[in-house]
Structures are given as structure tokens and as C-alpha cells.
Design a protein around this ligand. Structure first.
Ligand code: NAD
Length: 260
């Protein structure tokens, strides 16, 4: 049980982050949601967490490209709930372009959101974890923290970077009962992915099954998507006592992608 623990999950208004926040709440943790989206939808998700799981949930609109807002988000969480015991650095975006045409502002934005925001959030949350002698830091990396695809230079660089940050912080924090790990999913079924299917069917003249198997899951031997709930279950496991000796790990959940 995660009762009396507080979990802050960045990028949790949608997809993987929302599933992780809900899974922690189901274990009794108070949660801090973060991310962008429609105000009513965010409020609906926040209120649903409180109603379904009987925990407290607050929302921070902090922009992960802004270090001062990240620090303020962690301070606010500590002020409201007394601690941040579990930090999940999950916010992330993608942009696809050849290196020589890659817009410089997109490069900076991806490095900021997918990599540097984790550094700033950890910097703000670690002192409290050290004081309490317990902490869990989980970074949502990707199969792209281990292997590359063309045209995703910023994303692949940021995700390889988060794997290195994870290892270095894990070594520093090992004596403090704070573990630091990353989860590296392959293709995950999120609203974002689902929404791409009709357009791809039209553009390529393919059936839904062909889009899924021949385009999206080309690199994934199981030919199935990972689900957000499967990723969330691994995050919950990493917060359990059974996982107390797991630190500095990069845990793949990618249908065999990176075994090839
Ligand atoms: P998503 O688009 O559903 O969620 C991304 C979240 O990040 C949203 O809540 C969004 O509002 C938030 N966000 C974006 N920019 C932000 C900013 N500047 N400040 C604060 N929040 C911001 O995508 P997802 O698929 O759930 O992705 C979540 C994480 O998982 C990302 O780090 C992504 O790289 C990683 N991932 C996803 C997949 C996949 O196939 N979906 C695979 C591997 C890794």
C-alpha cells in the first residue's frame, strides 16, 4: 500500500502518466497531476481520482520547459501534502525530422521537456526524500533510450540522456533508501497513437490491421501494443518493498523490440 505517500507524476493529464497517477491513487497515495489539456477534462480526471480512490489529488499546470515552474510545483506539492515521496518524470513530446532540417527550437523544447525537466524535478524533490529516508524516482524513458530510429534525433538523445541521469542519481541516492529507475516502453496504446490510425489508413491505403502490424508495430515482435495499465503496474511494483534493491535499472516493456 502507498497510503500516506505522495506521488507527483509529470505529464499526467493523458496517456501513460494518467494511468500511473491513477494506479498510485488506487494504492492509497495522494497524487499531484501535471500537464496540459482542456481545463474541464483535467478537473474531471482529478475529481474522479478523489472519488474512486478516496485520496487527495491536486493539479499543477507547471510547464516542464520552465525550471522555476518545476521547482514551484514540487514546493506546492510538499506544502499541500507534506512530502513528495514518489516522483515520476513522464512528460514528453516527439518531433520527427532529418537532423539537418530539425528546427532548433524543437530540439531545445524536446531536450527541456524529455530530459532537463527530470533533472530540475529531482533537484527539487531529493532533499525531502533524503530527510525522510525513503524515495522512489521513476523516469519514463523509451525503447529509444536503448536503440534509435531515424529522424528522431532529439527524442533519442533525450531518452538516452534520461537513462544516464537515472544511473548517476541511483548511485548517489543508494545509501538513502531512494531508488531511481527508468521504464522503457515500446509502442504504447495511448489516445495519441489511436488517433493516428484513421489518417494512416487513408494516406497509405491500408486496413487498420495493416497499419497496426506493418507500420506501427514493425519493430515490436509481439505485434501488440503495450497498454498504459501495464506500464502503470510496473511503476507500482517499483514503489513496493519487493523492488527496494532495484535501482539504476532501465526496465524494458517493449514486446521484444530491443532484444533484436
Ligand atoms: P501523451 O501525449 O498522452 O502524454 C504526454 C503528457 O505530457 C501529457 O499529459 C502532456 O500534457 C504532457 N506535456 C507535454 N508537454 C508538457 C510541458 N511542456 N509541460 C508539462 N507537461 C507537458 O503521451 P504518452 O504516450 O502518454 O507519453 C508519456 C511518456 O511516455 C513520454 O515521456 C513519452 O516519450 C513516453 N513514451 C511513450 C510511448 C508511446 O508509444 N506512447 C513509448 C515510449 C515512451
Amino acid at each position: 500500500s502507498l497510503k500516506s505517500k505522495t506521488a507527483l507524476v509529470t505529464g499526467s493529464t493523458s496517456g501513460i502518466g494518467l494511468a500511473i497517477a491513477r494506479a498510485f491513487a488506487a494504492q492509497g497515495a495522494d497524487v499531484v497531476l501535471n500537464g496540459f489539456g482542456k481545463a474541464e477534462e483535467i478537473e474531471r480526471n482529478r475529481a474522479a481520482i478523489e472519488q474512486e480512490f478516496g485520496v487527495r489529488a491536486i493539479y499543477s499546470a507547471a510547464d516542464m520547459t520552465k525550471p522555476a515552474e518545476i521547482e514551484a510545483m514540487v514546493q506546492e506539492a510538499q506544502a499541500r501534502f507534506g512530502s513528495v515521496d514518489i516522483l515520476v518524470n513522464n512528460a514528453g513530446i516527439q518531433f520527427v525530422s532529418p537532423v539537418e532540417e530539425f528546427p532548433a527550437d524543437k530540439w531545445e523544447q524536446i531536450i527541456a521537456i524529455n530530459l532537463s525537466s527530470a533533472f530540475y524535478a529531482m533537484k527539487a524533490a531529493i532533499p525531502g526524500m533524503k530527510t525522510r529516508g525513503w524515495g522512489r524516482i521513476i523516469n519514463t524513458a523509451s525503447a529509444h533510450s536503448l536503440v534509435a530510429s531515424p529522424f528522431k534525433s532529439a527524442y533519442v538523445a533525450a531518452k538516452h540522456g534520461i537513462s544516464g541521469l537515472t544511473k548517476s542519481a541511483a548511485l548517489e541516492l543508494a545509501p538513502h533508501k531512494i531508488t531511481v529507475n527508468c521504464i522503457s516502453p515500446g509502442y504504447v496504446w495511448t489516445p495519441l497513437v489511436e488517433a493516428q490510425i484513421p489518417d494512416t489508413m487513408k494516406a497509405r491505403g491500408l486496413t487498420k490491421e495493416q497499419v497496426i502490424e506493418d507500420v506501427m508495430l514493425k519493430a515490436q515482435p509481439t505485434k501488440e501494443f503495450v497498454t498504459v495499465d501495464q506500464v502503470a503496474a510496473l511503476a507500482v511494483f517499483l514503489c513496493s518493498d519487493a523492488a527496494s534493491q532495484m535501482t539504476g535499472s532501465n526496465l524494458t516493456m517493449d514486446g521484444g523490440w530491443t532484444a533484436q
